[in-house]
Ligand binder design. Sequence first.
Ligand code: AP5
Ligand code: MG
Length: 211
Amino acid sequence: MTRLILVGPPGSGKGTQGARLAGEASVPHLATGDLLREIVTSGSSEGERYKAIMKSGNLIADEDIVKLVDDRLKKADAKKGYLLDGFPRSLKQAELFSNTDAGALLDRALVLNVDEDALIERLSGRLTCLSCGASFHIKNFPPKAAGKCDNCGADLIQRADDNPESIKQRLKVYRDTTEPVIEYYKHKGLVVEIDASGSPDDVYSALRAYI
Ligand code: AP5
Ligand code: MG
């Protein structure tokens, strides 16, 4: 059984690697950013509130996120394991998660390390599929047909938070609020740090040992 979390700064490849790893391990890839973007797309009042917070590069309230994840992990497909991408990203979230049935059984926290200049380059050129969540890069991983997702054919967009101001704030929030989560899991002996600056295939090879 595979129960993993992927921790890393914006643009470190959580989505890219998470989709592939979860596919190979046959567990659901649960990215809190994707779950939140689905709520935003639904147009509900909650979605409107989340949209503004996400665009600013700040975090959604811990209690809302923990409930979202806990509810999702109670579904049948998560009984055989999970790969969480982008959660937990505050100490409070990590503590609350450890007190849930699924969180108490966590196998490892895989931490993706990439330097900040490379992150900015990756995020500035990213193209995201709103339908399946796949990401491409205008220069490094261009889609086969311009503006269309290779996997599902839907339109590719630039995410509302992939602009210089939001990227700067997301990196700051990562340093201030999410890095302490790594220390929390280090104390539990669960952290594996991965150099995620190489090619996607190289990073995948390093991660694969843990599924
Ligand atoms: P979220 O969607 O999780 O965004 P993020 O953490 O900022 O991370 P990204 O999705 O931007 O990057 P990634 O690591 O997935 O990289 P990717 O694989 O796409 O969260 C968005 C917002 O939602 C948050 O700011 C917050 O408001 C809210 N939120 C989410 N979770 C929350 C939580 N737990 N609590 C509170 N709020 C929460 O790759 C990036 C680009 O690089 C792509 O173009 C890709 O093709 C390219 N690339 C990937 N790997 C490589 C490589 N090895 N070499 C070169 N390029 C690469
Ligand atoms: Mg992502």
